[in-house]
Design a protein around this ligand. Structure first.
Ligand SMILES: Cc1cc2nc3c(=O)[nH]c(=O)nc-3n(C[C@H](O)[C@H](O)[C@H](O)COP(=O)(O)OP(=O)(O)OC[C@H]3O[C@@H](n4cnc5c(N)ncnc54)[C@H](O)[C@@H]3O)c2cc1C
Ligand code: SF4
Length: 597
């Protein structure tokens, strides 16, 4: 069942003889935002998206109960999701030699692979090489926003001016004051739920109604106050009060499908790029979309060295085409954008377009995760069930390390994502011994009493962590693939040790019995927060983009996704990606009107 009543706008014919004002590559958070801002400024825009336009409500089926599905949500035979062990024991390409017909990233294995099997890429067609990396990609209109986890956080000057704070890395060429008005615009246009906490290191948004915390979460929040730490309801990129200006989205009915990982919301209360940004942009009459279009080169005008359009392959017919435009906007997601820039070699740009600094692909960073703690709230054992999971998220504990203090083992910080209470499936059932009536009683009695949380820490941006093009391996369309040269360092390992100790300490202080800790660091890439392969900066020798995500080398080329991030922060990136893209595209439109591009 779906509550969506308004059909999306019809796709228009694509006129490739026309020169568009701008062509955007990618339709996720970044590409969608670029389309929204540029079309609202009256620019004629063509969007190229490599993936399909899916009947997304039929894919997500958020109201389907596990017992309504013939395989409890699993994909049909022939599909396989990569496991932690496979990522650890082997190196990419992970699908090589697999006997399965289709191989997906680990996200497909979260319980619900049938709902994402057409959204995630098939690793058989999309290989990559090099060091171990759990690369999660979504090729469909809307990209990863169709299934994202919704935690929507702002960065602060602890991030933008991190070098000034602790001496490591580089400061961003902007400060919080530059981006704050754009965070506000994103909040109001897309909707976000949460509670104000007045923290300098996690600025508040313009929130709609928050999630309710469960008993165990409130207990932890109260205890953390005494430690000078904060537990706040999950800041979800979800409209809980509704958005009068958007007819494609509904307000959250708290149906809890968010809890079925991977999520996806078929009434679009959770933000996704198509209903939040792209369909409204199509309604302006200024946006044309071509799906199944794999961009493989930014084309260059031989006389001026400027970008003149994008070469792409039709994913179905494999025919090659060119889209002409006055401005090119790359928004294919951090790693795919780096790939596209590196693929775009010409006599004017022999190392790839926009890469005179040699920094494209470098300073690649993300979040490290894995360590966590599980606790039992004993007061809740044997209590009647409550509806706890009908909400788009649990809680967030913002960073508390290296703000005023200096930790001996590591710089920067981490936050915790967590939740407690009843969930759609009682996770404790697997670990509870016994059988029969006694087993069922035991599972039921304890089902709502668990609380758990896991850390997300900043991975330092390092020049030596990078991607380049593999000289031999190609994807199913004959396009060279990425090769990873990337691994966590000592700072990340020390930070992860601290996550386990701090998690345990916080639970114990709250009187929550620690029943399990996890100190395993998950494979590089697991956080799905890849950032920083074309960083911004003021110096064209050490950065790729200026503060408006505009190439230092090619003034009509912009890269508006997470590639531009100078450091990863420990806060989830998507809200920042969109605020920055809004700011840059507003600047772009102004320069375009003045004839400066
Ligand atoms: C399961 C999951 C949970 C997540 N949870 C969170 C969270 O809680 N909070 C958070 O902030 N972030 C989260 N993220 C990350 C978030 O989804 C991304 O930060 C965000 O989608 C990035 O937007 P993007 O536009 O850069 O990339 P994407 O959303 O990936 O979009 C890029 C688009 O470009 C297309 N593309 C790629 N290459 C080409 C090409 N050559 N030609 C044409 N098109 C191309 C792709 O098909 C895709 O549609 C999560 C992601 C996943 C998968
Ligand atoms: S809880 Fe809200 S956001 Fe999540 S799937 Fe349900 S309606 Fe959508």
């Amino acid at each position: 069942m779906t509550l969506v009543r308004v059909p999306p706008p019809l796709e228009q014919d694509v006129d490739l003889s026309k020169t568009y004002d701008a062509v955007i590559v990618g339709s996720g958070a970044a590409g969608g935002m670029a389309a929204h801002v540029l079309t609202s400024q009256g620019m004629d825009v063509l969007m190229l998206e490599a993936g399909k336009k899916l009947p997304i409500e039929q894919e997500l089926r958020s109201m389907q109960w596990p017992y309504d599905h013939p395989r409890r949500g699993d994909a049909p035979p022939g599909y396989h999701s990569l496991s932690f062990n496979e990522y650890t024991i082997r190196t990419p390409p992970y699908a090589k030699g697999s006997t399965f017909k289709h191989v997906m990233s680990y996200v497909g294995g979260w319980g619900g692979s049938d709902y994402v099997k057409n959204i995630l890429v098939d690793e058989k067609d999309h290989p990559y090489t090099g060091t171990k990396y759990a690369w999660v990609r979504a090729r469909a209109l809307g990209g990863k926003t169709n299934i994202w986890g919704r935690l929507a956080l702002r960065l602060s000057d602890y991030d933008f001016k991190a070098k000034t704070h602790d001496g490591y890395g580089e400061d961003w060429p902007i400060s919080y004051a530059d981006i704050e008005p754009y965070y506000d615009k994103v909040d109001l246009y897309l909707g976000i739920s949460g509670v104000k906490e007045n923290l300098p290191h996690l600025p508040d948004s313009l929130f709609q109604r928050p999630n309710k915390l469960t008993f165990g979460e409130v207990k932890l929040r109260e205890s953390l106050k005494k430690m000078g730490r904060v537990l706040t309801p999950y800041r979800a990129g979800v409209t809980t009060d509704g958005l009068k200006h958007n007819r494609y989205r509904s307000k959250c009915y708290g149906r809890g499908a968010c809890d079925r990982r991977p999520g996806g919301c078929d009434i679009h209360a959770a933000f996704d790029s198509p209903t939040g940004l792209i369909y409204p942009a199509m309604d302006t009459g200024h946006l044309t979309i071509r799906t199944n279009s794999i961009a493989h080169e930014v084309l260059v005008d031989r006389n001026t060295g400027k970008a003149r359009g994008v070469a792409f392959l039709d994913s179905g017919t494999r025919k090659s085409y060119e889209a002409k435009a006055k401005v090119v906007i790359v928004a294919a997601s951090t790693l795919e954008s780096a790939r596209l820039l590196l693929l775009s070699r010409s006599s004017q740009h022999p190392n790839g377009i926009g890469n005179s600094s040699g920094h494209v692909g470098h300073n690649f960073c993300e979040h490290v995760m894995g360590p966590g703690v599980t606790g039992l709230v004993k007061e809740l054992v044997g209590k009647p069930p409550t509806l706890d999971d009908g909400r788009p998220g649990g809680f967030y504990i913002p960073r508390f390390r290296n703000l005023k203090d200096r930790q001996p083992g590591f710089v920067r910080g981490y936050g915790f994502e967590g939740g407690g209470g009843f969930s759609i499936f009682p996770g404790n059932a697997f670990g509870t011994p016994g059988f029969g009536a006694q087993f069922k009683k035991e599972v039921r009695d304890h089902a709502g009493a668990f609380i758990g949380m896991g850390g997300f820490g900043e991975v330092l941006a390092r020049y030596e962590n990078y991607v380049d093009l593999d000289p031999d391996q190609k994807d199913a369309w004959g396009v060279p693939v990425l090769r990873f040269h990337y691994q966590f360092g000592d700072n990340e390992r020390k930070m992860c040790e601290d996550m386990v100790a701090a998690g345990r300490e916080m639970f114990e202080a709250a009187g929550i019995e620690v029943v399990g800790t996890d100190d395993k660091i998950l494979t590089e890439g697991w956080s799905i927060h890849e950032l920083g392969t074309s960083r911004m900066g003021s110096d064209p020798k050490t950065s790729v983009l200026n503060q408006f995500q505009q190439s230092h080398d090619v003034k009509n080329l912009f890269v508006v996704d997470g590639s531009s991030h100078v450091s990863a922060s420990c806060q989830n990136p998507t809200w920042t990606i969109m605020a920055l893209a809004w700011r840059s595209c507003e600047y772009l439109a102004g320069e375009f009107k003045k004839g400066n591009l």
